[in-house]
Write a protein that binds this ligand. Structure first.
Ligand code: ADP
Length: 398
């Protein structure tokens, strides 16, 4: 059973074709610069040389057509015909309060997604474009929507309501939603396997640290709090996002810098975070290197990031009444021993003892604490695509 997983961004499209009989990735790639000149698709098939297809794509439909053609290509393809694709799983960023789990996409779901677009104006419209393009190119192939927000819908009201006039929640659904849910859910389930205990008995903090970064407090398998909020801007300092700041700063900057709402949004989402503080880059590798070479602002950016992650771990340990494990995942969480070490430094009081030798690992599932560490710290590579494909199979088989 072959499932195509699509993640449509505003000008990009990531894809994976997965054989769900053995969960093997048959092909994967990335279409970039959709709607812009110099479009290209990076396409990779297991056991074959990577190819780059230079072709302009006006819309997501053009991109999906190129991807399908690449998948069935005699030379660099992975399947003989597109009939082999039995289902498509779409990553959808915002499911609002309506979607608490993955769903088969039909007209009603599409209409609801349209309603949610107001909550995620940058993300949901391209997700919908991807869905509509597939309907045309792969008619009769069932599609499933998997939401970044769904896993966090178990949060109690006291965690997701902001202390604004309550009518604003009722009128506009302003509340904490949380994101990266597919990743948090995937790694927490893996963590239970590693710990050899049922998820229902565990209290775990999952740290998804990539360019976008969030933590989740997962008590007995349910997300009870998470650091991202109404949008992905809240919480940790990220590559280019500011994370938590005093909300009064926003109106102050708008006045002082004569910024309108677009300008302010741009400043907080694109020019802040690690990039804004260091002035070096939004990529942690560059910032780590600059800090190693004595760049003080790069070091400050890292220290601020580590401190924020640590603070959230402490807060989540408090609301869960202790923790059994901390999981690190995503680009930085999986690949930066320095980050795991710096975040866990000083958390011995919680029962965390990092093993500096075991922690030297990158990208491989590993328990990085000492054998006698009461709380385990585990590196678990995330796999959102596989999670989407699994949900897709489960729903399509029903
Ligand atoms: P996203 O999916 O949000 O774009 P990823 O999970 O792919 O992000 O993470 C990307 C980030 O991970 C990069 O910006 C980089 O900062 C960080 N990263 C990746 N590899 C390393 C590494 N070896 N050392 C430090 N940071 C890394």
């Amino acid at each position: 059973m072959k499932v195509l997983v699509l993640n449509c961004g505003s000008s990009s499209l990531k894809y994976q074709l997965i054989n769900m009989d053995n969960e093997e990735i048959l092909a994967k790639g990335l279409a970039e610069r959709i709607g812009i000149e110099n479009g290209l698709v990076k396409h990779e098939v297991a056991g074959k040389q990577k190819v780059i297809i230079n072709e302009n794509m006006d819309t997501h439909k053009d991109a999906i057509r190129i991807v399908i053609n690449a998948l069935v290509d005699v030379k660099h393809g992975a399947i003989k015909s597109m009939d082999e694709i039995v289902a498509v799983g779409h990553r959808i960023v915002h499911g609002g309060e309506k979607f608490t789990s993955s769903v088969i996409i039909d007209d009603e779901v599409k209409a609801t997604l349209e309603e949610c677009s107001e909550l995620a104006p940058l993300h949901n419209p391209p997700n919908l474009m991807g869905i509509e393009a597939c309907e045309e190119i792969l008619p009769n192939v069932p599609m499933v929507g998997v939401f970044d927000t769904a896993f966090h819908q178990t949060m109690p009201k006291s965690a997701y309501i902001y202390a604004l006039p309550y009518e604003l929640y009722e009128k506009y659904k302003i509340r904490k939603y949380g994101f990266h849910g597919t990743s948090h859910k995937y790694v927490v389930n893996k963590a239970a396997t590693v710990l050899g205990k049922p998820l229902e008995d565990l209290k775990i903090v999952t740290c998804h640290l990539g360019n976008g970064a969030s933590l989740a407090a997962i008590k007995h398998g349910k997300s009870i709090d998470t650091s991202m909020g109404f949008t992905p801007l809240e919480g940790l300092t990220m590559g280019t996002r500011c994370g938590d700041i005093d909300p009064a700063i926003t109106t102050f900057i708008m006045e002082k810098e004569s910024l309108d709402t677009t300008g302010l949004n741009n400043l907080m989402n694109k020019k802040s975070g690690i990039l804004g503080i260091s002035g070096v880059s939004n990529d942690f590798r560059d910032v780590e290197e600059a800090a190693d070479n004595g760049n003080e602002r790069a070091q400050l950016a890292l220290d601020l990031f580590y401190n924020r992650v640590k603070k959230y771990i402490g807060a989540y340990a408090a609301i869960m009444g202790g923790i059994d494990a901390v999981v690190f995942t995503a680009g930085l969480g999986e690949n930066s021993p320095e980050t795991r070490e710096a975040v866990c430094e000083g958390l011995e009081f919680l029962g965390i003892k990092i093993d500096n030798v075991k922690n030297k690992v990158r990208g491989k599932q590993t328990v990085v604490t000492t054998d006698d560490s009461k709380v385990k710290v585990i590196l678990i590579p995330t796999n959102e695509e596989l999670m989407i494909a699994r949900d897709t199979v489960a729903l399509v088989k029903k």
